[in-house]
Structures are given as C-alpha cells and as structure tokens.
Design a protein. Structure first.
Lengths: 210, 85
C-alpha cells in the first residue's frame, strides 16, 4: 500500500504521508486522539439529546403547553372591617360563617371555543381538579382527581400513549369512570373494572374505575 | 497536509466508532426510575451532530497543525540540512 500511495500522491501528499508512515507510533497517537474526541462527542451528544427529548416528552407534552387558570379574585372585606378601618381595632361578630370560595373560570365553554378559534392554538381541553379520598376495600388514599374531556385531552397531551389498561373511550360510556395512575392503583390494589368509593369535594365524579 | 490526513482518518474512524458506541449504549439494559423512567439509556442521534463533530475535529486538527507548519515553513531548507536548527 505504501508504494502505491507514494507513487500516486502529489509532492505535498507524498511528503506528509511518508512522514506519517515513518513516525507510525506518533501518527497513531494523534489519530487515536482525534478518533476518541469525535467518538465521545457523538456518544455524549446522543445521550444528552436522548434524555432531553424524553424529559420534554415526560414534562411538557404530558400536560398542555399553556394552562389558563381562573383569575385571582379579591376577597370581600368583612363588613366590620369596612366600617371600622382601624388596623388596631379588635372586631368580633358572633354567628358568622366563612363563605366557601370556589375557584372556577367564568363561562369555560365560551373560553374554550374562543381559544380554539385562535389560529395559533391547535386544540384546547377543559380540565377541572379536586382532592378526594378514594376508598377501596379497607384502604383509603388521598388523591387528586382531574376531570377531563377525553377527546380533546388526547389531542393536547401524550397521556393516551401511557395507558396500560382500558381505554379513554370508555370514559365516555362509563358513568363516573376514572383512570387511575400506576402509583394509586398499586397503593389501593385496584385493577381495571373495580368499583371504589370516594369522598370529598370532588367525590361526585369518582365512583367507578375503568 | 499531515494535519489533514490525521484529521480525515481520525474523524472518519471517530464517526464510525461513535455510531457503533451509540448503538451499543442503546442496547444496554440499564433500568432507571425517577423523574424519567426508562429501561435503557436514551440515545437520540441527528445527522447534524455527526457533521458538527467532523467539522469541529477537522478545524481543531488544522489549527493545531497550522502553527508548527508555519514555523517550519519559515526555515531555510539549506540551513536545516546543514543542521542549523
């Protein structure tokens, strides 16, 4: 190989290749240095990008890119404080009941329709949340329930790909159906089709596992 | 020229071995549970990464070869043969 290379190379190539071949060990070390650098760069970049992509899919794609919450409303000042605005005054009113503040968006259906009309928005999915205590047999477990519209939810998140048992379509045909996360299902020991009870402010929507 | 030869051979070998390494790491059965749950190392390759690695290696090798080559070019060949340097 060496004579062919040397014969067919122009003068500069001839000198350089001859030098490299005559100092074989030095040349191999140099080539190995470049090879290892390129190898490490490719391997590390592939690994970093792999984990970055997975992280983005797990975090960003598993929920909507933009979440619209209800606007924080100013709590109404109690009537005594409005009359006596002295901050040092001790105001006591017997028999008062605290008013429950329910966080909700005004006219959510209209808002979703407005969002869907926006050209930059591909899909909008309504969602409500609430804390409940799930009871299955002798086990109870505090969980957060998300009320969703199955069709639109599947378009805005990748949650449909993570379903290991059952289907989202059954939510539309099963009254009070719920899909459990793996952790909750393991804690309760519940399986697909089991029936559970739930209590709490959002308990009305949790009656049956799908 | 030596830099070009070293860069070309080294980078090409690096690209081939890098591809093989990525494929090998992808098949390693490493189970991870935490923020991200996976059954193996997550590898994501793009052609742009390979091109960038090749170009970057060539640039670095050429820069590293340029200084000694410039210095050697400044010598008078006759003086070098006489053993002045």
């Amino acid at each position: 190989l060496q004579p062919i290379l040397l014969e067919r190379s122009p003068m500069r190539w001839f000198i350089s290749i001859r030098y490299l071949l005559s100092h074989m060990r030095q040349s191999l070390v140099c080539i190995a240095g470049v090879t290892i650098s390129v190898l490490m760069f490719i391997a590390m970049t592939a690994m970093m990008k792999g984990f970055t992509d997975k992280f983005i899919i797990e975090t960003v794609e598993s929920s909507g890119h933009i979440t619209v919450n209800d606007e924080p409303r100013e709590r109404q000042t109690p009537i005594l404080q409005r009359v006596y605005d002295d901050p040092n005054a001790l105001l006591v009113l017997d028999g008062t009941k605290p008013r429950e503040q329910i966080e909700k968006i005004k006219n959510p259906t209209g808002l979703v329709a407005t969002l869907r009309r926006m050209p930059q928005v591909l899909e909008a999915a309504p969602i409500v949340t609430g804390d409940v205590t799930a009871v299955y047999g002798t086990k109870t477990y505090g969980i957060i329930v998300y009320g969703i519209d199955p069709d639109s939810q599947l378009k805005v998140t990748t949650i449909g790909d993570k379903l290991v048992s059952g289907s989202f379509d059954r939510l539309k045909t099963t009254a009070n159906g719920v899909i459990l996360g793996r952790g909750v299902a393991l804690m309760l020991g519940a399986r697909e089709g089991d029936i559970s009870k739930a209590s709490g402010s959002a308990a009305r929507i949790l009656r049956r596992f799908t | 020229m030596q830099g070009v030869v070293i860069g070309l051979i080294g980078s090409t070998l690096g690209l081939v071995l890098g591809k093989l390494t990525v494929e090998g790491l992808r098949k390693l059965p490493i189970r991870m549970e935490g923020l991200v749950r996976t059954e193996g190392l997550l590898m994501s390759e793009h052609l742009s990464d390979y091109i960038l690695a090749f170009v970057a290696a060539m640039v670095v090798v050429l820069l590293a070869a340029a200084y000694p080559a410039r210095r050697a070019a400044g010598y008078d060949p006759v003086e070098v043969i006489r053993g002045a340097h």
